[in-house]
Ligand binder design. Sequence first.
Ligand SMILES: [Mn+2]
Length: 355
Amino acid sequence: MNTVAVMDSVADWKADFRRTFEHFDEESPVLILTHHDADGLAAAAICKRSFARLGRHAEVRISGKGENPWTDAVQLELRDRPMGGLIVADLGVRPGVVHPNTPTIFLDHHHPLGYPPDATIITGFGIEPTPPSGLLAYWCMEDLVEVEDLTWLAAISIIGDMAEQSGFAELESARDRYGITLLRDATSLLNAARRSGSVTAQPAFELLLKAAEPRDVISGKFPETQVLLKARDEVAQALQVARRTAPKIKGNVALIMVDSPCQIHPLIAQQWKARLRKNIVMAANKGYRPGWVHFSIRSATGLNLIDFLKENAPSTADENYGSGHIQATGGALTYPAWNEFMSSLGFGPETNVNA
Ligand SMILES: [Mn+2]
């Protein structure tokens, strides 16, 4: 672990955050836009709880299926929304301005697709080990207010983004205090919400605002836990069905096509990656969102998967295609774009999706 490089960056990130935060207008709430996975939810919870300690109100908008801050519907929603400052957490970094004339801070660790002008970009991308968004949030807040009791939220973000081997001190300290099993159980329950087809991530986020420690997430002390347990059952059932799907192989690509409203495609890709070690494994889901095929790509080959997608991009692919990480990426394509993508990879019409 290159401790010196990470520590240098942390000092810069804290200074950058503080400098921009000082320009937030205190008369209006801070708006936090965040991703619906455990890392994004933890990032938003750390920020909102820290701001409350500073006497500052923050509102949180969690992105849902197929949404990001640059999509038309979200842009329309943000247009007239009052905000004293904006934090965009775990949603990637793209060249477009999210909200004009508003001091904006990105907390992220994904492959940036470009940089918006005038925004403060705090990204772990390119640093090894890569700090996830929740850990970046924790470091920035730690500079402003006492947050030691929130270390477990940073640990959840680290576990959620599969960085357990990273050696980050926040994970070590939470592990010593609460045990790794409890932290893992809480993380997987929080992720069940956004993976299910019927529940949003909102109850998972509510739990992170109320919980004093990870046990409160799973104990049943708060009613939201029941909702998450139902979501977990739903995802487990969908996975069981999807597990019966055999891969189709073309060249070095193994395609597993499923049809579920649950966000199971990343889990399917991850499972097959371990079994098909010589292939680029692509799990595609035509039932996740009407009009779109969502897919996840993983591989044990060590190939740069973002480059692979770039080389095979359909003509109409946009920013919804090929972002993420070099070893874990994917995207969403309309049916015609998906069909074009499939034939360019050599797959036959049986992989086509039509309305
Ligand atoms: Mn993340």
